[in-house]
Design a protein around this ligand. Structure first.
Ligand SMILES: NC(=O)c1ccc[n+]([C@@H]2O[C@H](COP(=O)([O-])OP(=O)(O)OC[C@H]3O[C@@H](n4cnc5c(N)ncnc54)[C@H](OP(=O)(O)O)[C@@H]3O)[C@@H](O)[C@H]2O)c1
Length: 341
């Protein structure tokens, strides 16, 4: 049995869903993969941190976090440590990095991840920032240190996208992709089509934990642009930052416009796409009225879908319905098993 020491940096919607899933799947990991785990540290932004080489009681940590209480009561240590100090102190084999995304720079998560990789820890993240702002550097650092840097949950939550291209489709060349990749904006447009105001729809997205910590990133298309950048960077091998994506969000789509489209059988969608142009790539995010013949027409609510066009399979579409922190957690768990097996 492999005994893996885990550190959780970020213990919000995703970090807590991962903790829950680790507890639920403990027996399967032991029996099927001969993997057992101990959480040796948990860090948050404003709710303290805990490091304990003997193991942190994860169920107790979850209870405290759900009650919005400090987790530092679980073990006596300095609660003011920053993420880099936490990584250094943790002594973990695997770091799960799930702090809020920074669309512009990817920091401070890049520093946390680079520190962990440099110390020989596998790193698994749902945070898109480091993937688009430091992909080559982090992959190289992982290779140099003989560990893995995995990020399946950064796009379409737990749906297999990156692992699909890394492992299941060898030697394939991705020409282009087109999809609906931002759950919050798609849910808002869906609810507006049912007559809800923009604000009511946004409040619902926040209540179910789908909207980002700062929802303006979802609404103005930054989240979608970062996802497009992550796919282009990791799957097409062309580094692309979100500021290079031709981006427009749903902020100017009025309830009247949504209803008007609906009444003539059309539907607004925030369409994300990228295609190769010579040695480079063109990428865009923007609201488009699509008709029922479009494969993205029935992608409703929080669902996402992407169609990949490659040199070997033509069109290949992946759709996910009802994602949430629990499906994001599954992508992290799948990465965990891939990394430590
Ligand atoms: N929610 C989803 O379904 C989903 C899906 C795919 C990807 N993601 C990505 O997953 C990441 C986490 O999302 P989330 O929904 O879990 O966010 P969240 O609920 O806001 O949780 C963020 C966590 O990070 C902590 N944190 C903030 N700043 C920190 C810092 N400087 N150092 C250490 N910890 C810090 C927060 O602590 P405090 O609360 O104490 O400040 C909190 O525990 C984001 O990058 C997001 O883009 C989320």
């Amino acid at each position: 049995m492999k005994k893996i020491k885990i550190a959780l940096l970020g213990f919000g919607n995703v970090g807590r869903a991962l903790a829950q899933l680790l507890l639920e799947k403990r027996e399967v990991l032991q029996k099927r993969y001969q993997i057992d785990w101990t959480v040796v540290g948990i860090a948050t932004g404003r709710h303290g941190s805990v490091v304990n080489p003997a193991g942190v009681d994860l169920s107790e940590a979850l209870s405290l976090a759900v009650a919005d209480k400090e987790i530092s009561s679980l073990a006596p240590n300095d609660t003011d440590i920053d993420g880099v100090a936490f990584v250094r102190m943790s002594g973990a084999d695997v770091l799960f990095e799930n702090t809020p995304v920074n669309y512009q720079t990817g920091q401070p998560a890049i520093d946390y991840i680079a520190t962990a990789l440099g110390m020989g820890m596998h790193v698994i993240t749902a945070n898109k920032g480091p993937v688009v702002h430091a992909f080559d550097r982090l992959v190289e650092l992982a290779q140099t240190n003989g560990v893995r840097f995995f990020h399946e949950s950064t796009v379409m939550d737990g749906a297999p996208i990156f692992s699909l291209w890394q492992e299941v489709l060898p030697a394939a060349k991705l020409h282009s992709f087109r999809g609906v990749l931002n759950s919050t904006s798609n849910l808002i447009l869906t609810l507006m089509e049912a007559g809800k105001s923009f604000d009511e729809a946004l409040a619902h997205a926040q209540a179910i934990g789908i909207a980002e910590t700062d929802p303006s990133g979802d609404i103005m298309g930054w989240d979608a642009a970062v996802k497009v950048s992550a796919l282009v960077t990791a799957l097409m091998g062309i580094p692309l930052t979100p500021d290079k994506v031709d981006r427009k969000g749903i902020e100017d789509i009025s309830l009247e416009a949504v209803i008007k489209a609906r009444d003539v059988g059309l539907r607004w969608k925030l369409i994300c796409q990228a295609w190769r142009e010579g040695e480079g790539v063109e990428a865009s995010v923007g609201p488009v009225q699509i008709d029922p013949n479009d494969s993205l027409y029935n992608v409703m609510g929080t669902s996402s879908a992407v169609t990949f066009v490659s040199d070997v399979l033509g069109d290949l579409t992946i759709t996910e319905t009802n994602p949430g922190p629990h499906t994001t957690a599954y992508g992290l768990l799948a990465d965990f098993i891939r990394a430590v097996r």
